[in-house]
Write a protein that binds this ligand. Structure first.
Ligand SMILES: [Mg+2]
Length: 404
């Protein structure tokens, strides 16, 4: 499909005229009614600058990561308003998400875009045979996020404010410079750069087969950064229960903000035992793909930090339910990946959250987020505050539009 066809769909002039009609109706005291007129889905492959490895690669479970598959959803209403959402997959699964989205997309046509919960349930039931978690709901996530983006734009508010923000900025830490594919010198250099860029912490990967190397890398980074910024470690699920206890005790002296994914993501009881054993907070949840799976961790008191990922759990609608459970249990939150989206959700979470600074997605969007004094600033733009870049269009491998 040519670029001009894309531009036809997202004409800025048309969108601003639609916004003007919408807001003048509101000024006249008329409720704005609208229907979903068209839905476009696109698959795009985001190449990474180099091959990335964490502990799952060093233990032989996965190959180095070279790119990330994205599913974009663009929803347009009869009045001409638009919302954009996305889901993603690392390694296998991107083609499956796109195929599922393609099957359920027609269900959106003619719906009131404000009825997001009902639409989410409708989309889930359309594919109920393949379940209410994992790939099927991740395909729905792109639509759900687009609908929340649209709703916030209709309200003329950033998503964080539509949800009810606790704060206008969120403390943030950098992950992209701490992978095991980087030498310790590179990791230390990145940590210094991170602090200079106004980011409040760094997370480095551990969990490799030789635990002595993990200890050396953590000690070297801690020595380099001192107490100037926070330090977290992430084992990407590669320890067994006894190794996690031993490593957790060895790390106590470094005053880590948290230890992430020490155990298998589904080992709720093991995490609960570990959390009781260690003074250092435990964080996990990025691999989970439903509210029910997160509820299991929270019920077992397995973690100090929940780490939900909106695209992975099926969108913002289920994410808000996880937030409610986490807040009720008085847990902290550090959402996984996709800072552009999770910044808004973290800003609306009560208990002192962190957001993960991951610059990988930046080429997909025209806008950039600002960091200052260790915090990421919630943008003032309506909605999520991102629009797809020409580069994202150029990386598009498949696209289809439903409706007019
Ligand atoms: Mg992680």
């Amino acid at each position: 499909m040519s670029d001009s066809t894309f531009l036809d769909f997202t004409s800025a002039t048309e969108t601003s005229a639609a916004n003007e009609r919408h807001f003048s109706a509101l000024r006249r005291g008329e409720a704005s009614t609208d229907r979903i007129a068209s839905v476009r889905i696109s698959a795009a492959t985001l190449p990474l600058k180099g091959a990335i490895s964490d502990a799952k690669v060093l233990t032989g479970r996965q190959k180095p990561l070279r790119d990330v598959a994205f599913l974009f959803a663009e929803i347009r209403t009869e009045a001409g308003l638009e919302g954009v959402g996305f889901s993603y997959s690392k390694r296998a699964g991107g083609a499956g998400q796109y195929a599922h989205a393609r099957e359920v997309a027609p269900e959106l046509l003619g719906e009131d875009p404000s009825d997001i919960q009902r639409i989410w349930t409708k989309l889930v039931w359309a594919g109920a045979s393949v379940g209410r978690s994992g790939l099927a709901t991740q395909a729905i996530a792109a639509f759900d996020i687009a609908l929340w983006d649209l709703k916030a734009k209709r309200a003329g508010l950033p998503l964080a404010k539509l949800l009810g923000a606790h704060r206008d900025s969120v403390q943030c830490y950098n992950t992209s410079g701490g992978f095991l594919s980087s030498s310790i010198e590179e990791v230390i250099e990145n940590a210094a750069q991170t602090a200079a860029n106004g980011i409040g912490g760094v997370k480095i990967k551990v969990g490799q087969p030789d635990t002595k190397i993990d200890l050396k890398r953590v000690a070297a980074v801690k020595e380099a950064i001192g107490d100037r910024i926070d330090l977290m470690v992430d084992a990407n699920q590669q320890w067994n229960r006894s190794t996690a206890v031993r490593m957790g005790r060895a790390f106590e002296e470094f005053d880590l903000t948290w230890i992430e994914e020490p155990l298998d993501a589904y080992d709720a009881e093991g995490h609960a035992d570990l959390a009781r054993e260690l003074a250092t907070p435990i964080a996990t949840g990025e691999m989970l793909t439903s509210v029910a799976e997160h509820a299991e961790l929270i019920r077992h008191r397995s973690v100090d930090f929940i780490q939900p990922d909106a695209p992975r759990v099926g969108g913002i609608t289920p994410f808000l339910k996880i937030m409610a459970l986490g807040e009720t249990a008085r847990l902290r939150m550090a959402p996984h990946f996709a800072m552009e989206l999770h910044l808004h959700l973290a800003a609306a979470y009560e208990h002192d959250p962190w957001v993960e600074h991951f610059d990988w997605l930046e080429p997909l969007f025209n806008e950039r987020l600002e960091t200052e004094g260790g915090r990421m600033i919630v943008p003032a733009r309506p909605g999520i505050g991102v629009s797809l870049s020409d580069q994202a269009r150029a990386w598009t491998t498949a696209t289809e539009t439903f409706g007019v």
